[in-house]
Write a protein that binds this ligand. Structure first.
Ligand code: ADP
Ligand code: MG
Length: 731
């Protein structure tokens, strides 16, 4: 029997008929949001009263009353049933990193035996999934393993289609019986509310009409697409989402001919298909293109309110995985599926907007709005400066370690890029605003800043693609987020540290105005102070360079290269304080989360170590020995017919080299197993994670090195694992 690898290669060459649906005559607007219970749909299916109540709580975060919830449930059910929905589920985002669903049917039998379809306010508002096996970091002991999902009216319900089945999904938060959060969404909503309040307070220095500030997020999702049957022949891709071995192909990304090139037809069909599914769900996808690496792509939506954007990103990842199957493709969302080839990230474009329609990170047109812009701009830089370790922790994962801190961008050092113009503006504020402010210095307000900032919008080419946190004209772009991550983690941190910084800013300004300083002047003075204090976090050069690592060290900036070390930032006193004071996490929640993330790290490395052991022992070594036997038979034969040693020197040499690699792999796999056993005995999760990081993972490269050498030596026909050139270039 030929190996899975060759079966897959044959299937691809045969080019089985692929269904390409495309958009046909349809406009996107014709399907956009058709599976979402929002806007018009709500209007049509809800009473005036219920509609207003729902809209109000979506806006203010206030609870929907039970009576209203009943009405909403009835309307939702009617809408869903019209579309052939039979089941509903509370949809949530537990800390496992994927979304969770537990389907219930509308179908029920009443006490008198009548069978009816029912969905009421109770079912809408709260559910108790049997969720004792979701990670909880010790928050729930098994005897109290109750976790609840609670309806989040700020995110609209939607219908998920899978084959011919349709399910009504209710976005929810997931909390323990005592209210402690067990998911990504609960802290996210809290952080959005906290930032709203702090930002509104600061806006009032400039504009009393502002009554709400929303956080905006526009993510850009990178991913790889490969043939599914090839992926199925790679146990490492199947179980870990990345290749643990595989020699670099003769041609990689050095020609850069893939970047922004034309999209391969089979992938294009997949894209159109998942785009259509996404449009139905109201995900406003806007762009698609090839990325730098072969078989790597990107898509991005129009930005939305942060919590909706987070839901939409997790939904999209789910949809991509499902739709890829239809096309016999596999979407790889892992941060680093292939060594030696660029990894994947998820840029998080972040800003804040007022209910008066102002983007707080967009330079304004008048001196006064510019001062407001400068305020939020400088406060962001200060927040990143003060809590860079938390931002680093927020993007730490076993997967992302292959990008951050490895020989790839962005680096693990957090820094902020703002561009030439804004650097000049900040320099000017810093040098011209004196300790004691004179009326004359108001010139800055009236002239210079006003004149300089708008230029930025005209010339937006001044970009630095190597920066992990870059200002891009009207938003900050956090680029170090991993492609498979839930955006909520970095958003929670960013919103929280911004909240804290703005609160402090308000106090600092008021301290001066209470002493009789004029408001604008007080603001400029505090800004000048913040600019000076946060200066070392700003870096305009090449973030990938050696020199920056050295320079950052001189500046005293953090550089946590691995996840177990980076995660420590979550449990410092400073972190506990900032999360607690702003109502995001209690100390216990934070410690639980820290524990969960460490455990997740351990599990991932553990699974990889197992897989690497399996691949080595059960696939690589047998293939090598097999080939070696052929060589030996050949040598014997040549000897038998009387040739002298000279004539089979090459074969002898090859047999010996192969033996050496076999030996090395064998020894390293055994040592890795020992290291794993030792690590597993460590009770303390932090120490165990460090052991996995420094004692177990160290064998990975070594084993891989010898396996990759064997790949180059062993007869291609005998090699069981699809090779990089096949994975990356065949579709
Ligand atoms: P890039 O050059 O990095 O690919 P794009 O111009 O394609 O950047 O925009 C990236 C993302 O930024 C898009 O998803 C876009 O919607 C988002 N974006 C634009 N303005 C804002 C904003 N005010 N807040 C949040 N995201 C925004
Ligand atoms: Mg970008």
């Amino acid at each position: 029997m030929s190996s899975l690898r060759f079966q897959a290669l044959q299937a691809i060459s045969a080019g089985e008929e692929k269904k390409i649906s495309g958009y046909g005559e349809k406009k996107i607007t014709a399907i956009f949001g058709s599976n979402v219970f929002s806007g018009r749909t709500m209007r049509e299916h809800l009473s005036d009263e219920a509609y207003k109540s729902l809209m109000n709580s979506a806006k203010s975060g206030a609870r929907v009353e039970r009576k209203m919830a009943d009405q909403v449930a009835v309307g939702m059910k009617a809408w869903a049933e019209e579309r052939g929905v039979t089941h509903f589920t509370h949809w949530f985002q537990p800390l496992t990193g994927t979304t969770a669903e537990k389907h219930d049917s509308f179908f029920t039998i009443k006490s008198d035996g009548t069978a009816i379809e029912l969905f009421d306010g109770d079912a809408l508002i709260q559910q108790e999934p049997d969720a004792s096996s979701f990670p909880n970091g010790g928050i729930r002991a098994t005897f109290e393993a109750r976790g609840y999902t609670a309806w989040d009216p700020s995110s609209p319900a939607f219908i998920m289609e899978a084959g011919s089945g349709k399910t009504l999904c209710i976005p929810t938060i997931f909390i323990a019986y005592n209210g402690e959060s067990l998911d990504y969404k609960a802290p996210l909503l809290k952080s959005i509310a906290a930032l709203d309040k702090a930002a509104v307070d600061v806006c009032h220095f400039f504009d009393k009409n502002v009554s709400k500030v929303i956080t905006t997020l526009g993510w850009e999702q990178e991913y790889f697409v490969i043939d599914e049957s090839l992926a199925n022949a790679r146990p490492d891709l199947m179980m870990c989402g990345r290749t643990l071995m595989g020699h670099a192909p003769a041609k990689g990304q050095q020609l850069e001919d893939h970047y922004f090139g034309s999209i391969p037809e089979r992938v294009f069909a997949f894209m159109q298909d998942f785009e259509q599914e996404s449009y139905k769900l109201g995900i406003p996808l806007r762009t698609r293109h090839n990325e730098v690496a072969p078989s790597q792509f990107e898509c991005a939506p129009i930005f939305e309110e942060c919590n909706i954007a987070v839901d939409h990103n997790t939904l999209l990842m789910d949809v991509m995985n499902k739709v890829a199957k239809r096309h016999k493709l596999k979407a790889l969302l892992h941060e680093k599926p292939f060594a030696g080839v660029n990894g994947s990230g998820k840029h998080n474009n972040w800003s804040m907007a007022t209910d008066t329609g102002i983007n707080l990170l967009a330079p304004g047109k008048t001196p006064r709005t510019n001062l407001m812009f400068l305020t939020f701009f400088v406060n962001t830089i200060k927040a990143v400066h003060d809590y860079d370790d938390l931002l680093r922790a927020a993007i730490a994962s076993a997967n992302n370690d292959h990008r951050l801190g490895a020989n790839e961008a962005p680096p693990a050092i957090i820094s902020v890029y703002i561009g030439k113009y804004l650097t000049e503006v900040l320099d000017e504020v810093e040098s011209r605003v004196k300790e004691k402010f004179t009326e004359q210095d108001e010139v800055i307000l009236k002239l210079d800043i006003h004149k300089q900032i708008p230029e930025l919008l005209m010339d937006n080419t001044d970009r630095n693609r190597t920066s992990p946190f870059a200002f891009t004209g009207n938003k900050f772009e956090f680029r170090a987020v991993g492609s498979s991550a839930n955006c909520a983690s970095p958003m929670v941190v960013l919103n929280t540290i911004m909240t804290e910084t703005l609160k402090q800013f308000k106090k600092d300004v008021e301290a001066l105005t209470e002493k009789g300083e004029k408001k604008e002047i007080a603001i400029l003075q505090v800004l000048r102070d913040y600019i000076t204090k946060s200066k070392r976090i700003r870096f305009e050069g090449d973030n990938y360079s050696e020199e920056w690592a050295e320079e950052a060290k001189r500046r005293g900036l953090n550089n946590f290269k691995t996840t177990p070390e980076a995660l420590d930032a979550y449990i410092t006193d400073k972190a506990k304080q900032v999360f607690y004071d702003n109502g995001i996490f209690s100390k216990r929640e934070l410690e639980a989360r820290h524990e969960i993330m460490l455990e997740e790290y351990v599990k991932r490395v553990q699974i990889e170590a197992r897989l690497l052991g399996y691949l080595s022992t059960n696939q690589v070594l047998p293939a090598a020995i097999n080939y070696q036997n052929t060589l030996i038979a050949n040598i014997r034969g040549l000897k038998e017919i009387g040739l002298d040693k000279k004539s089979y020197k090459a074969q002898l040499n090859l047999a010996e080299v192969i033996s050496n690699h076999i030996q090395q792999i064998n020894d390293n796999v055994e040592a890795m197993l020992e290291a794993r056993k030792k690590a597993n005995e460590i009770a303390d999760m932090h120490k165990r994670a460090l052991a996995y990081c420094h004692d177990v993972k160290t064998y990975f490269d070594n084993i891989r090195y010898h396996a990759d050498k064997l790949e180059l030596l062993v007869d291609d026909k005998l090699w069981p694992l699809p090779k990089y050139r096949e994975l990356l270039f065949m579709r």
